[in-house]
Design a binder for this molecule. Structure first.
Ligand SMILES: N[C@@H](CCC(=O)N[C@@H](CS)C(=O)NCC(=O)O)C(=O)O
Length: 216
């Protein structure tokens, strides 16, 4: 574990009810093994919060009374606490590259989430599913192969794997209408990585807790 300034009070991550850029941070928080609060807000609650947010956006991570914006910074910080950020500078950069690739997909997905016209949204999603996503997935598959096939950086689990897998699970779970749930299936290394990361005991415990909450 990195020796990093932290606080004794539990960290609080605030985001909407869906995965988005917060999900890798949630998984990394789960991997710390420490208590943390998974604060989920509705779209209706957001406008009242927005003026008080550092960049007018979520996710935010509250750490000992300080408010940290930007999911990438949050993921790196929590990843260091959880032992998920490589010590070696070059391996850390490869983990960052995988995180940044997920950011590229965020830029493409967000306009389709914001589109209110369902027919237009379906058209945008179809274009994503046949154009951007296969190239993006193919590039990730190649990067994983180049790193040895099991993990994106340093031969062990890092924030790069967490970020990619959290995004792939979102694509695969069918919640984004128009993105086929089978879209990752033809990429064997990525598919195996999804299973490997989902089987991490602290990630399993996080998902069990979420399903208890969502059935209440
Ligand atoms: N670069 C930021 C982007 C965050 C972002 O795009 N947040 C969106 C939700 S996914 C948001 O708060 N949108 C509301 C708004 O901008 O008013 C990050 O990675 O945290």
């Amino acid at each position: 574990m990195a020796s990093t300034t932290t606080s004794s009070s539990p960290m609080i991550l605030t985001y909407f009810e869906f995965a988005g850029p917060a999900e890798p941070v949630r998984w990394a928080l789960a991997m710390t093994g420490q208590p943390w609060e998974d604060k989920r807000i509705s779209f209706a609650e957001f406008p009242a919060l927005k003026p008080g947010l550092p960049n007018g956006q979520v996710p935010i991570l509250e750490v000992g009374g300080k408010v940290l914006p930007q999911s990438g910074a949050q993921l790196r910080y929590v990843g260091k606490l959880a032992g998920l950020y490589p010590e070696d500078a070059l391996e850390a950069a490869f983990a960052d590259a995988a995180v940044d690739a997920v950011g590229d997909s965020h830029m493409k997905l967000v306009p389709t989430i914001q589109e209110k016209d369902k027919a237009k949204q379906a058209e945008m999603r179809e274009k994503l599913a046949t154009d951007f996503l296969p190239t993006w997935l193919g590039n990730l598959e190649k990067a994983l192969a180049a790193a040895g096939g099991s993990y994106f950086a340093g031969g062990k689990l890092s924030i790069g794997d967490i970020a990619v897998v959290a995004r792939l699970v979102w694509l695969k779970d069918g919640s984004l209408d128009g993105i086929p749930a089978t879209i990752v299936d033809e990429y064997p290394l990525l598919s195996a990585l999804v299973e490997r990361v989902k089987a991490e005991p602290k990630i399993v415990a996080y998902h069990e807790k979420r399903s208890e909450i969502s059935t209440k």
